[in-house]
Structure formats: structure tokens, C-alpha cells
Design a protein around this ligand. Structure first.
Ligand SMILES: C[S@@+](CC[C@H](N)C(=O)[O-])C[C@H]1O[C@@H](n2cnc3c(N)ncnc32)[C@H](O)[C@@H]1O
Length: 233
């Protein structure tokens, strides 16, 4: 997969994509991540990419020309899935990450300023929000998307099963985990995990995942039950 990230702050992105799993995924050839400063696509002498809003109002608006110039330079044949980061987009989820991970090419635009010239939206395929709050710019949001989808590309994680068991993967939160010591300040690891009986361990984990989801995320639990019910019909 190739990912192009358009940003005004490449230095916010580079350290993140240069670490940990994102770094290893690039070294191992699973993903190719390119970071571009779209100020480079401005043609005025101050290299500005924003302007005052028509009709007045607070803040500046990102102009359409530099963005479209960047898109034409990187994706003239429109082969990439183009993602616009915005709090007005579709709420991001693990399911969306799974869908995105199937693309060969992705371009992500990190916004800034008060907003986008509305015409920018016509050049993108999907608008994504990472939650109902306002960030200063799209960089952190884009990193959330890139990190979550890259770990789903086959071969990126050493142990593919760990992604399958992560919270949300099966529509439930993950079961509780323990490691050594067996007893800490009087609190012991559940006996079943020491039993060596894989069937029992699996059943316990499933039950714990269900109980935990029901308690912490009743909305997810209801969806899970509905999906299960539909499947069994
Ligand atoms: C200060 S915000 C502008 C918000 C805009 N005034 C609005 O209400 O939609 C600047 C940029 O940060 C990014 N951003 C902020 N919050 C976000 C969120 N929750 N999800 C995704 N991107 C976000 C977007 O790229 C946005 O264009």
C-alpha cells in the first residue's frame, strides 16, 4: 500500500511514522508512506494556502487551488482513495480501518485553519472524523487513521491473531489479560488461565469479553447481539 499525507506540518508526522510498527511496516515493504507539505503547491509569492472567508467571519479558510494542484501531481489518474480529515466526517471505527486497509493507494489531507473551501470536498472520496471534538489540525487525526489501518495490512503484525483479538475486532471489547506474577498484593490471576485447558480458557475469555462489553459499552453489546441474531436466522 502507498499512503500520501498532505500536511502543512510534515514535522508533526515524520517522527510518528518513523517509529515502532509504522516504521517496521515500511522497512519490511508492506507500506510506503510519503509526507508532503502542500504549501509547496501554492503559487503566490508568500506560498500562502489560506484566505479570508467570503461573507466574513472568524478565521481563515484553506484555498482550493493548492490542494487540487497537489492531488493532480500525486494522483492525476485518480487511482487513490482520497480521504479528507474533518470533524464533520463519518465517525472513524475499527470497521472503517479494516475497509481502508484493503486499498492499494490512499491520500489523506490534513486540514488547518477554520475550515475548507467547500469546493475542496468535491475532490475527495470520503470524509473522516476521529471523534466529536475539535483538534487544531488534521495531523493527529490522520495519524490515528494511518496507525490503525497499517496494523491491519496482512504481514505487518508478527502475530496476526493479536489484531483479531483486539477490542472491536469481533464487535466486543477484549477480555482481561494477565502476566507474571501469579499473585500481586493479594490479587491472584484467575485459576482458569493457569489450567492449561485451552477450551476452558477460550470459553472464559469469550464470557469475560461479553460481560465487559455489556458493562462498559452497552451500545456495542446491543449491536453484537443484533448481528448474532441476524446471522442465526
Ligand atoms: C480547527 S479544525 C476546523 C474545524 C471546523 N471549523 C469545523 O467546525 O468543521 C482544523 C482541522 O483540524 C482537523 N480536525 C479537527 N478536528 C478533527 C476531528 N475530530 N476529526 C478529524 N479531523 C479533525 C480537520 O482537518 C480540520 O480541517
Amino acid at each position: 500500500m502507498r499512503i500520501d499525507i498532505l500536511t502543512l506540518f510534515p514535522d508533526m508526522i515524520r517522527p510518528i511514522v518513523g517509529q515502532s510498527i509504522l516504521h517496521r511496516a515500511q522497512v519490511d515493504g508492506h507500506v510506503d508512506i510519503h509526507v508532503h507539505d502542500y504549501r509547496e503547491y501554492s503559487t503566490d509569492k508568500h506560498r500562502s494556502v489560506d484566505d479570508y472567508p467570503y461573507g466574513g467571519g472568524a478565521g481563515m479558510v484553506l484555498r482550493v487551488e493548492p490542494v487540487v494542484r497537489a492531488l493532480r501531481d500525486l494522483d492525476d489518474e485518480r487511482q487513490a482513495l482520497r480521504i479528507l480529515m474533518t470533524p464533520q466526517g463519518i465517525p472513524y471505527s475499527q470497521e472503517r480501518a479494516r475497509t481502508l486497509a484493503k486499498n492499494e493507494r490512499i491520500i489523506i489531507l490534513c486540514g488547518h485553519y477554520e475550515g475548507y473551501d467547500e469546493r475542496i470536498r468535491d475532490y475527495f472520496d470520503v470524509e473522516i472524523s476521529i471523534g466529536d471534538y475539535i483538534l487544531t489540525g488534521g495531523e493527529i487525526a490522520a495519524m490515528v487513521v494511518v496507525d490503525s489501518l497499517v496494523r491491519l495490512i496482512p504481514g505487518v503484525l508478527n502475530n496476526e491473531d493479536s489484531a483479531k483479538e483486539d477490542s472491536f475486532s469481533a464487535g466486543l471489547l477484549e477480555y482481561p489479560q494477565y502476566t507474571r506474577p501469579r499473585v500481586f498484593e493479594g490479587r491472584a490471576v484467575p485459576e482458569v488461565l493457569l489450567s492449561g485447558d485451552h477450551g476452558k480458557i477460550e470459553a472464559w475469555r469469550k464470557e469475560q469479553a461479553l460481560m465487559r462489553t455489556k458493562k462498559r459499552r452497552p451500545d456495542l453489546y446491543e449491536d453484537y447481539l443484533k448481528r448474532k441474531d441476524n446471522k442465526s436466522r
